[in-house]
Structures are given as C-alpha cells and as structure tokens.
Design a protein around this ligand. Structure first.
Ligand SMILES: Nc1ncnc2c1ncn2[C@@H]1O[C@H](COP(=O)(O)OP(=O)(O)OP(=O)(O)O)[C@@H](O)[C@H]1O
Length: 469
C-alpha cells in the first residue's frame, strides 16, 4: 500500500474511534483520497459536496494535520476539495429553477446550489444537518438477500410514493446491526434526491425524547409541535427506547396522528415486533400496525460475503473471496460486527504495510474471532470486573450509588456491550433488572471518559485482555 493510502486508512480508523458514529459517517466517511502517492506530494481529499467540504475544513482539518504529523513525523500539506464528478440529484436543476414556493424549500435548494460555489451560511448548513441523513446509507450500497428483500422492497415503495396509506407507517423490525437504520436513511436520501423540497427528518428515539425534554425546559412546546408536524417524512429509529417515557409517547401519538392524517410518511424501526415492545402505550402499538410491518433477519453466509465485498469496494480496497469467506464464516450474528472485522483487517494491513490476504486476515482477527468463539458471557464479565476492582459481584446488581461501585458497574456494562452481542435491554436485565437507558448512559459515559482518562483506558484494556484470554 502507498504511504498516503496507509495514512488515510490510519486516519479513518482514528476518527472512527474519536467521533460518534453519526458524525463519522456523515463527515469523514464520504471523503475520498485523490490519487495515490508519496507524502511529499501532499494529501488531497475530495468531498462529495460543498457542505461536507466546509464542515470538514472547519472542524476536522486541524486534527487531520495533527495525525499526519504523528504518522509521517513531519508536516504534510493537506488540501480539501469538492470532487469534480460529485453526484447531484438528477432533478436538481429543475427544482432550482422552478421552486420558489416557501422559505424552507428555497433554503434547501440554496444549500444544494452552493455545492457549486461553496458560499454557504452556517444556518443553511445547520438546516441541512437537520435531516440527519447519512449520505452513504443508500439503496445502492445496501446488499439484498433473503434476509432483507421484503423490507427493502417495501422501503423502495415508500421512497417512491411517500405518504401512500398502504405503507404508512412502514414499521421495520429486527435485531441490532442488521441494517434498519441504513434502510431508513436510504428512504430519506432517495426522496431528497428526486424531490429536494421534501422536508425529511431522521431522528433516533433517544434524540426525540431529548427534544421533548428540551421543549419542556425551554417552554418551547409550540415550536416543537409545529416543527414535527410540519415534516413530510419522519424517520424514527429504535422506537423501543421510548419504553416508559409516557410524556414523549403522548407527544409522538399526536405527531403520528397529524402526519398520517395529512398523508405524510412515517417510517419506524424497532428491535421487536410492535406487539412485543415493552412499556409502550397500546394506542401507539396499534397505530404502528396500521401500515406495513416488515422484518429484517440476520444475513446468510453468501449475503455476508457480498456485504463485505461491497464495503471493501466503497473503501476502494480489493478483498479476495477467501478473505471475505473467512470473515463471513466466523462472524455471523450482525452486519455491524462484520464491518468492524473488515476495518480491523484494513487497519492492520495499513499499519504493517502488507497486502490483505488470508494469513493477514487470520492474524489480525485472531483476538476477535477467538473471543467470539470463546463466547464471553455477561456472568464472566461481572466476575472478572468484580475481582479486578475488588468489589463483590452482588454490588454490581445492587442499587448502591457510591463511586467505587458505580464506575465498575459502568465498566462492566460497557464491556458487556462491546464483547457480547446482547442488546441494551438484555444487559440491563442481567444487571439487577435495570432499564436499558441506564445501560446506554453507562456505555456513553465510559466512551466519553476514556478519551481523557488514561487510567480508565488502561483498566479497559487489561480487562479486555483478561476476558479474551
Ligand atoms: N444489507 C446490507 N448491505 C450493506 N450494509 C449493510 C447491510 N445491512 C447492514 N449494513 C451495514 O451494517 C451497519 C449496521 O447497520 P444499521 O446501523 O443500519 O443497523 P440497525 O439494524 O439499525 O442496528 P441498531 O438496531 O443497533 O440501530 C451499517 O454500517 C450498515 O450500512
């Protein structure tokens, strides 16, 4: 691999660890390296459009420069440019000319127009950001197989005819990491591609809940309601997170009714079938069943291989069949895990300046695959953490709130999330019947603390080594 390619693989890996996935996927992942070459010629990064260019320059360029200094031990010139053949929605020109209807419409059109001239106000950028759509999550990038063909077909119908009552709401369910979020973003991206004036908003249920709380605190319920009720397409992800949040559910109930009555499209994702969602108002559950409910199942081996090849192709990496089969054979439960493995292989190859072959894949994944085969259990994690921090296992289940207990408990939850395939609710259950939001909070706390706390990082490292054996 060329030095610059290796550096960019290193950079991607680094950003992925430092940024929340949403930010990484939106701003860093779409950047492409121009050409290949030696560091003396500098690093040229291509952004697919003006917004990404501006945003990345403002927020991440300094960090890329720092990483270059670490990697090459000398400064490297870095230029960020808009890709010349950046993809534009086919109907865009028509919309730009003909669409003068409302301020919101023209704002979107303005934002898109600026891809050419790069003159962009922060408000417009923020407005665009409001859709929260990950540009790479498209139908083109989604591999189809038996596991998701029905869900994908339904999603395409929705994207072509948003608001059609046969598919409204579209309810997509399946366990974690199987592509529900990807499919929702694909719907949003497709609609905006062909009809950029549509007001599309992707929102994770946790963020919807935060919006409700903020509206309460700021006494801005009117604008909250107005905003959500003005959407043409609402994509609500992981609705199971609204478990027990009654006030938020009530708000959603009204939004739901308003949108459906005015033939606006709603797409919802969840980890279970509507009737199995716990802690959710029956009125909502019944409504979730009004349109079409589709499931995504874990992909079979051939589909896992195809997904790996597609991901490699997006990253401009050649992946031979034997390597793809090796990874697909060993990691079966979800696609996110597969992607993680592929990234590990790519990073390993770039660090060691080696080509990706079966030996390298085996070497770079021996910990991961060993760990999966050894089946790390939550009980095992609890025992190991208790021993390590010299507390009792029962303290991890208890409601004690002293710091000496709370932190190990959070660490144990973080390890459970990272080393097992258990969902947040099931981890909560294993820690004395706690709510999944407690687990989510613990995982986020540890994620954020570890970036600045070296001792904590060390503890996490050692514990993972012990658990992986
Ligand atoms: N069929 C597929 N083809 C290509 N990539 C896929 C496919 N299914 C899933 N992925 C990828 O797997 C990763 C995880 O998918 P995603 O986040 O959509 O899962 P999810 O079902 O929403 O998970 P969660 O319930 O944890 O939110 C994403 O990077 C997505 O692009």
């Amino acid at each position: 691999m060329h030095a610059i390619n290796s550096f960019w693989a290193f950079c991607l890996n680094q950003f992925e660890q430092e940024l929340p996935p949403q930010q990484f996927n939106t701003w860093i992942r779409p950047l492409r390296l121009e050409g290949e070459g030696e560091p003396e010629n500098g690093l040229r990064l291509l952004a697919p459009n003006g917004f990404i260019l501006k945003w990345t320059k403002e927020r991440y360029l300094t960090r890329i420069e720092e990483l270059a200094l670490t990697f090459f031990s000398s400064p490297v010139s870095i230029s960020l440019l808009v890709a010349e053949n950046s993809i534009r929605p086919p109907l865009l020109e028509k919309h730009i000319v003909s669409d003068t209807a409302s301020t919101i419409k023209s704002t979107i059109v303005d934002v898109i127009t600026t891809e050419k001239n790069e003159k962009m106000s922060v408000e417009k950028l923020a407005f665009y950001e409001k859709t929260r759509l990950i540009l790479n999550f498209t139908f083109e990038n989604l591999i189809v197989g038996r596991a998701n063909e029905l869900a994908r077909a339904a999603a395409i119908q929705v994207a072509r005819n948003p608001g059609d009552s046969t598919y409204n709401p579209l309810f997509i369910y399946g366990s974690t990491g199987l592509g529900k979020t990807h499919l929702m973003h694909a719907i949003g991206n497709y609609i905006l591609q062909y009809s950029p004036q549509t007001i599309v908003r992707y929102v994770h249920a946790e963020d919807y809940y935060s919006d409700v709380v903020r509206a309460y605190q700021k006494k801005s319920f009117d604008s909250f309601k107005k905003y959500y009720r003005s959407l043409d397409v609402l994509l609500l992800d992981d609705v199971q997170f609204l478990n027990g949040k009654n006030r938020t559910q009530e708000e959603l109930f009204f939004v739901f009714n308003t949108l459906i009555e005015s033939h606006k499209q709603i797409v919802i994702s969840c980890d279970t079938y509507p009737k199995d969602i716990s802690g959710l108002d029956d009125r909502l559950i019944t409504r979730f069943d009004w349109g079409l409910t589709v499931q995504i199942e874990p992909p079979e081996t051939e589909m896992r291989v195809a997904i790996l090849k597609k991901k490699a192709e997006i990253d401009k990496i050649t992946l031979s069949d034997d390597v793809a089969f090796y990874i697909a054979k060993h990691l079966r439960s979800n696609v996110r895990e597969l992607e993680g493995a592929l990234k590990k292989v790519i990073a390993f190859a770039s660090f060691h300046m080696r080509k990706i072959d079966l030996d390298l894949a085996k070497e770079s994944l021996k910990d991961l695959i060993g760990a999966v085969n050894r089946q790390i259990t939550i009980e095992n994690i609890q025992r190991t953490v208790a021993e390590y921090f010299k507390i009792k296992v029962s303290d991890l289940f208890s409601s004690k709130r002293s710091r000496s207990i709370v932190r190990p408990r959070q660490v144990a939850m973080w390890l459970a999330k990272n080393l097992t395939s258990k969902s947040y609710p099931s981890i909560g259950e294993s820690f004395g019947g706690r709510d999944h939001t407690t687990v989510l909070h613990a995982v986020r706390t540890i994620e954020s603390l570890r970036t600045e706390d070296n001792n904590l990082n060390h503890d996490l490292h050692v514990l993972q080594q012990i658990l992986k054996g």
